[in-house]
Design a protein around this ligand. Structure first.
Ligand SMILES: NC(=O)c1ccc[n+]([C@@H]2O[C@H](COP(=O)([O-])OP(=O)(O)OC[C@H]3O[C@@H](n4cnc5c(N)ncnc54)[C@H](O)[C@@H]3O)[C@@H](O)[C@H]2O)c1
Ligand SMILES: [Zn+2]
Length: 349
């Protein structure tokens, strides 16, 4: 078992191993005494792992109930949140009780946000079951729901008490979901770790190792900038354009897929403008192709820029992008808002 410590204001551990889902109750018990638990999960994950987690919690002395919502980003909204909060109240969860988020990033984001506001904040544990959630969403304490106006517009910083990642649960993921997680894993490689990037690009990797390395890298930046006012913005590599792609596609382009295209656009523009080492973009594209990720979306620069500028990341008349100077070496790059469309156009060419 790999254990990564996240030294945030309220520190916690991320445990990565294989085949421990049936023992999560016992593991949670090492930090949190038996109490009422609401397992939050979507319909897909509930069928696959719901009973196993419920039994594991009962075996360790917890009193679990379950809230199940329809899978997909479209559920990450105010209505699901309201239903979940009512469910917590109906089951008489108190301030000393617990939420267990069993699922992908959508589940983790909603469950974590509910935990942050229910009774002014209760504890929650993340059990990520997608690669994207394992390497990214489950760690770092960003929780949120979407509004019709945009993604993640309502949320809170609220760190989990533990993250327990059973890599065996990823075996049931559809291949396109694995690719999405790999896009986020490649992001860490492009940002800070040439060796991780090369390993992923070559296809010869052990998922458990990759997850642990990505979590280590994410923990490293989160603990320096828990509230995302500085360095943590680096994690937005590919996300400014990526979020715009997700939104312009009516959410039909998956998050990780959109991030890959967003990164490709930024890398391409950076190289053409002489901001990145020659060959950087080709290297990144090659890795994406190897891992089954597309690098084009067919959406126009004008539309993408318009949506991106509505994004919360815009500060005054400027937008901050993350630019790869080379694989493993990225910088924050401030761009005047009116220059973004041109920048994206160059990247798309
Ligand atoms: N909080 C953060 O820091 C952070 C970071 C990155 C992404 N996110 C958010 O995460 C979300 C995307 O996460 P996601 O890609 O995990 O989406 P998701 O939670 O919708 O999961 C993707 C799909 O996989 C299914 N699934 C989950 N686990 C499975 C398993 N083990 N076997 C089979 N099917 C399974 C789900 O039912 C769903 O249909 C977005 O909303 C994004 O904004 C948050
Ligand atoms: Zn992401």
């Amino acid at each position: 078992m790999k254990v990564i410590k996240v030294q945030t204001e309220k520190p916690y551990e991320v445990l990565v191993a294989r085949g421990f889902l049936g023992q999560v109750g016992r593991l949670i018990c090492t930090k949190i005494d038996p109490c009422r638990v609401c397992i939050v999960t979507d319909d897909n994950v509930s069928k696959l792992y719901g009973a196993q987690v419920e039994n594991a919690l009962k075996d360790a002395g917890y009193d679990p109930c379950t809230y199940v919502f329809p899978h997909g980003e479209a559920s990450k909204n105010m209505q699901t949140l309201a239903e979940l909060l009512s469910c917590l109240a109906d089951h008489h969860l108190s301030r000393s009780d617990l939420i267990v988020a069993l699922g992908g990033g959508v589940t983790g984001d909603i469950a974590g946000f509910a935990a942050s506001i229910y009774m002014r904040g209760i504890r929650y544990v993340q059990l990520p079951t997608t690669l994207l959630a394992a390497v990214d969403a489950s760690v770092g304490g960003k929780t949120a729901i979407d509004l019709p106006q945009g993604k993640n517009l309502v949320g809170a910083f609220w760190q989990p008490s533990m993250v327990l990642c059973d890599a065996d649960t990823l075996l049931t993921l559809p291949p396109e979901q694995v690719s999405c997680g790999l896009a986020e894993a490649i992001k860490y490689g492009v940002l800070w770790d040439r060796a991780l990037f090369d390993q992923l690009a070559a296809g010869g990797y052990e998922l458990e190792e990759v997850i642990a390395r990505c979590v280590e890298l994410k923990a490293g930046i989160v603990q320096q900038d828990e509230r995302d006012t500085g360095k943590r913005q680096m994690l937005n590599l590919g996300h400014t354009v990526g979020h715009a792609i997700e939104q312009c596609s009516g959410l039909s382009v998956l998050h990780g897929q959109a991030v890959a295209i967003g990164t490709a656009v930024v890398a391409s523009a950076a190289e053409k403008l002489g901001l990145a080492k020659q060959g950087t973009c080709a290297e990144i594209l090659q890795a994406y192709h190897k891992l089954g990720l597309a690098d084009k979306c067919g959406i126009e620069a004008e539309k993408l820029a318009e949506v991106a500028l509505n994004d919360k990341k815009r500060l005054g008349g400027e937008i901050t992008l993350v630019i790869p100077r080379a694989v493993g070496d990225c910088v924050l790059y401030k761009l005047k808002a009116e220059m973004l469309e041109g920048f994206i156009r160059i990247g798309l060419e």
